[in-house]
Design a protein around this ligand. Structure first.
Ligand code: BGC
Length: 736
């Protein structure tokens, strides 16, 4: 016999509104069943034992399951760089994908990850992470796409579109979560314009794309924790943006006050029965919370599940995991992501692409050359086997050369070998030890420990205390990770945004004796390079580049692929050009100014601007046109004037010369990656909505587009001196 949930699904398929079918289903539930759907359902201690003993990478997290009515619950599995359960395809991290400037490619990545999620029965992908990169020291920078709201929104919308062909997707972390070590304690202060024009437009873009679920952030915003923040959840997300999906908390301790969280509109505390259950049960019996309020949260969850056909989604065959198509897609993304930052001539020819005679000796240096180093070791970690390291990629590609690994040799031996080689490749940067998700001892976590529901399973709690003691994962009474043997690495925010002293010393030493030196940087965001960059002719931003990253790197170095990645953030000459960052801050103000916008405002020339990247060919732009009607359309012709096929990114920036409103000198409003064959010309058209030109009206809390003359630059990076400059008129102020 069909269950009540199956009947509701059928009704929805036959045209009933999912919210009506969900409300009918909720009407059949007992109060206990409804309350059960407000959190992960699993008692805290049972859950914590599971998650710290390998459970995290073994199965999805389930919530909102009610057997009596056949409600299957939803099944969450993380991201963003792939399926985190079992062995799966590791894609390049999101920041690398941001460098492709290719939302359609991101649709394909989402599609592949969605399919892999369906092999383990997951139906909720946790990977649409779009917190804006305010400062490159942020430990989880690699999980987002960059510093620009328009670009981040388009990339995240692409991933959502692709993933939601197969599963529901989660947009996270709402909002202003871009400090890692302080994430459990910091209060981010922000004014209305910075909030809406800088830190939220990309979230709104993805809500408009139809994302199913939003995850709240751990931090607080303007004095209230995100998990119970009325302004963010009720006023903005639900009312202003009309978000109709469901809201979940960030994992352990994402909720502080259970009742407030429900009242603000957080529907499910994840991943276990933790902070909210007891206070909500008490508030219900005291009449402080109504059953209707509980029902409305459950209805939103079930509505979304019905809309997405959860419970009846096709299960993917195991053969999609690590299938050739996904591994090659990962490699394609890595190739399109690599940014060639510098490529000077040696003996009359650019050092890259490499032009080596048979038998040439290539010396490979740097502690990261032969390391499996595909990014953060926290919640986004993917257990990909057979990762192609830079060394292996280079060895396999340049099989006609002698490729020698000196990554483990002493500095003196490395210098000796650099002298005796035709070429030096130095692979340096970061690993999950120096940047990534952080869970560790801090005052903030100590304070939260008092919220642990100690009594939910006293026997297991005491058994588990002993277990933890023996395994040294946690101190007995507090949840404190002491070592790196636990599920999560210590990662955290970077201590410095330069290379380590050892890396810099290696570059100095190798470059001194070997003029043909290529530096490959592996990192999740900007690295300040001023102390060594003038000593080397070629620098490549290689990122955490996924399962086949080494092949992608070799293809770029050899010219098999023409580099087309563009920086999704600015690289300054000096860290003082960036906004204030204190990884232990208790309170911090996010104003309008960060990244390229801040450098422009302060008159600081970047080392490499936002949107920058070199190619092995050249492009010229001509015939700009602007059409202002229902939307704003930009057109131009792009000619590949070189002798190699290649791709560039047409970037469209707007600004105002004559306005009293403070805004960035140039703001990206549209972009398009285009492939152009050598000697050919293609016509490019990009469209943007008036919203991308809009200013937040802090009186009415609405939006308007200022009238007057708008400047337009169509170029290959922000501030490109070869940009096509145009202007267009908005005749009168437009109220949106
Ligand atoms: C992270 C989230 C992640 C969740 C589940 C949290 O610690 O902040 O990004 O989705 O864990 O793994």
């Amino acid at each position: 016999m069909a269950t009540a949930y199956e009947l509701a699904l059928e009704k929805t398929r036959n045209g009933a509104k999912p919210e009506v079918a969900a409300a009918e289903l909720v009407a059949l539930m007992t109060l206990d069943e409804k309350v059960h759907c407000l959190d992960g359902g699993v008692p805290f201690w049972v859950g914590i034992k599971d998650i710290t003993t390998g459970g995290y990478h073994s199965r999805p997290f389930r919530a909102a399951k009610v057997d009596r009515l056949g409600i299957p619950g939803f099944h969450f599995s993380d991201g963003p760089r792939g399926l985190v359960v079992g062995e799966a395809t590791a894609f390049p991290v999101s920041m690398a994908r941001g460098a492709t400037f290719d939302p359609e490619l991101e649709v394909r990545v989402g599609d592949a990850i969605g399919k892999e999620l369906r092999t383990i029965g997951a139906d909720l992908y946790g990977g649409i992470c779009v917190n804006l990169l305010r400062h490159p020291a942020w430990g989880r920078a690699q999980e987002t796409y960059g510093e620009d709201p328009h670009h981040v929104g388009e990339m995240g919308a692409g991933l959502t579109r692709g993933a939601q062909r197969h599963v529901m997707a989660t947009l996270k972390h709402f909002a202003l979560n871009s400090m890692e070590n302080a994430r459990f304690g910091v209060d981010v202060k922000v004014d209305e314009r910075a909030l809406h024009e800088v830190y939220l437009p990309h979230f709104k873009r993805i809500v408009d794309e139809g994302v199913a679920c939003v995850m709240t952030a751990y931090n607080s915003v303007n004095g209230e924790w995100c998990g119970q923040n009325d302004v963010l959840l009720a006023d903005i997300l639900r009312h202003e943006w009309g978000f109709a999906g469901f809201v979940i908390s960030d994992w352990i301790f994402g909720v502080r006050d259970g009742v407030k969280s429900l009242q603000a509109g957080l529907d499910v505390e994840m991943p276990y029965r933790m902070i909210r259950n007891a206070p909500i049960v008490a508030a219900l019996s005291d009449g402080l919370v109504t059953e209707e309020l509980v029902a409305s949260a459950v209805t939103r969850t079930l509505t979304t599940m019905l809309k997405f056909n959860v419970g009846k989604l096709p299960v993917s065959d195991l053969s999609v995991l690590l299938c050739k198509e996904h591994v090659l897609l990962s490699q394609e993304v890595a190739e399109k992501a690599i940014v060639l930052l510098k490529n000077e001539s040696i003996d009359g020819a650019s050092l890259l692409p490499l032009n080596l005679k048979n038998g040439s000796k290539i010396a490979v240096f740097g502690r990261l050359a032969a390391m499996r180093n595909i990014g953060d070791g926290g919640s986004s970690d993917v257990m990909a086997p057979n990762v192609v390291t830079p060394l292996v990629g280079i060895q396999e590609h340049f099989a006609n050369c002698e490729v020698v690994d000196y990554s483990q040799a002493t500095l003196a031996a490395q210098v000796q070998q650099a002298k005796q080689s035709e070429l030096a490749i130095v692979v340096v940067g970061y690993t999950r030890e120096e940047e990534g998700e952080f869970i560790g001892d801090s005052e903030d976590t100590a304070a939260m420990v008092s919220q642990i529901p100690r009594q939910d399973d006293p026997e297991l709690a005491s058994e588990y205390k002993n277990y933890m003691k023996e395994n040294h994962h946690y101190a007995p009474d507090e949840l404190r990770i002491k070592s790196r043997n636990g599920t999560f690495s210590i990662g955290g925010d970077r201590e410095s945004i330069r290379l380590s002293d050892a890396d810099v010393q290696l570059i100095h030493a190798v470059a001194k004796v070997q003029p043909r030196t290529v530096v490959v940087i592996v990192a999740g965001s900007a690295v300040v390079m001023s102390e060594w960059i003038n000593e080397v002719p070629a620098v490549v931003m290689g990122w955490y580049s996924g399962i086949n990253g080494g092949h992608a790197l070799a293809n770029i170095l050899s010219g098999t692929a023409n580099p087309s990645g563009r920086l999704p953030f600015v690289i300054p000459h000096d860290e003082s050009h960036l906004p204030f960052f204190d990884r232990n801050a208790k309170s911090i103000t996010y104003d309008y100014w960060h990244g390229q916008w801040k450098l422009d405002r302060d008159g600081n020339t970047p080392m490499f601007p936002f949107g920058f990247g070199c190619s092995y060919t050249n492009f010229s732009f001509s015939d700009p046109e602007v059409e202002v009607s229902e939307t704003v359309k930009f057109r131009c012709a792009v000619r590949n004037t070189g002798s190699r096929d290649g791709a560039t990114v047409v970037q469209i920036y707007t600004g105002r010369n004559d306005s009293a409103i403070e805004r960035p000198k140039r703001r990206l409003v549209a972009f398009k990656r285009v492939e152009v064959r050598a000697g050919e010309t293609v016509q490019v058209e990009c469209t943007t909505s008036y919203q991308s030109l809009a200013t937040r009206d802090i009186q009415t809390h609405g939006w308007f587009v200022e009238s007057g003359t708008w400047q337009l630059e169509i170029g290959q990076f922000s501030g490109d001196p070869n940009s096509l400059c145009e202007s267009f008129m908005i005749l009168q102020r437009i109220q949106l």
